[in-house]
Design a protein around this ligand. Structure first.
Ligand SMILES: Cc1cc2nc3c(=O)[nH]c(=O)nc-3n(C[C@H](O)[C@H](O)[C@H](O)COP(=O)(O)O)c2cc1C
Length: 226
């Protein structure tokens, strides 16, 4: 089946009106915060925190990409949590740069980020770990994420083993679990518009290095062609 047979979606988004090229009245953080809040509040958006995270697999010589959840963000960037020994963890160890995309399709909005990635502190990891549901903690304990496994049964047996190991105790923070912070040096806001004349505004730092997202200085904005 060709994708056009689903019918063409007419995009009619909003959100970048009044932001001319070079307009720095709005900080990146202010705009992203308002879009994020609107996405969280919109019942049509199924998983508002989902982002695709692209990394570079230097060993294989190819880009890699997967969906994960953005835990939160502040002026310092976007935080996400994962298994540090996973494929993405190993890729970030070798090449600590990434690109992320968030799509809020019912709102016809997309936001793209590029920049270096750094590990969160162990205190940040612990602070989030203790808020996770116990089942998720046990799953993190029992899974060597991205490593081959013989069968589905081996996966569930590993989970059951973790369950009995920690039956009467809190599940401690595993050594191989933690977070990363993507520190953007570029953020592009995209709004889908009729006739595919989409609206795009790219913010990038003047020196190509990450800067606080709430800084009115050091960021330049530029409207891009659709
Ligand atoms: C909606 C959704 C949310 C996900 N959230 C996370 C997450 O927060 N952390 C994570 O490690 N993997 C998450 N995953 C799984 C990843 O897509 C991926 O399978 C896993 O992290 C292994 O990726 P890697 O082998 O490239 O390291 C999520 C997948 C989906 C579809």
């Amino acid at each position: 089946m060709r994708s056009e047979e689903y019918g063409r979606v007419v995009y009619s988004g909003s959100g970048l009106e009044g932001l001319g090229s070079g307009d720095t009245k709005t900080t990146v953080l202010e705009l992203f915060e308002s879009w994020w809040a609107q996405a969280l509040a919109d019942p049509r958006v199924g998983e508002p925190a989902a982002a695709s995270l692209a990394t570079f697999d230097a060993a294989g010589g190819l880009p890699d990409n997967r969906i994960l959840l953005i835990k939160d963000f502040d002026a310092g960037g976007l935080r996400f949590f994962t298994n540090l020994d996973s494929a993405k963890g190993r890729q970030l160890e070798t090449t600590p740069d990434a690109a992320a995309v968030m799509l809020w399709h019912p709102m016809f909005r997309q936001v793209r980020f590029r920049g270096p990635v750094e590990r969160t502190t162990r205190d940040e990891d612990r602070e989030y770990w203790v808020t996770r549901p116990q089942a998720s903690q046990l799953a993190s304990w029992s899974s060597s994420q991205s490593a081959p496994v013989a069968s589905r049964e081996a996966v569930t047996a590993g989970f059951a083993a973790a369950e009995s190991r920690f039956r009467d105790t809190e599940v401690p923070l595993p050594e191989q679990w933690g977070g990363y912070r993507l520190r953007p040096a570029e953020v592009e806001f995209w709004v889908g518009m009729p006739a595919r004349l989409h609206d795009r505004v790219l913010w990038r730092t003047s020196d190509g290095r990450p800067r606080p997202l709430d800084s009115p200085d050091g960021w330049e904005s530029q409207r891009l062609q659709p």
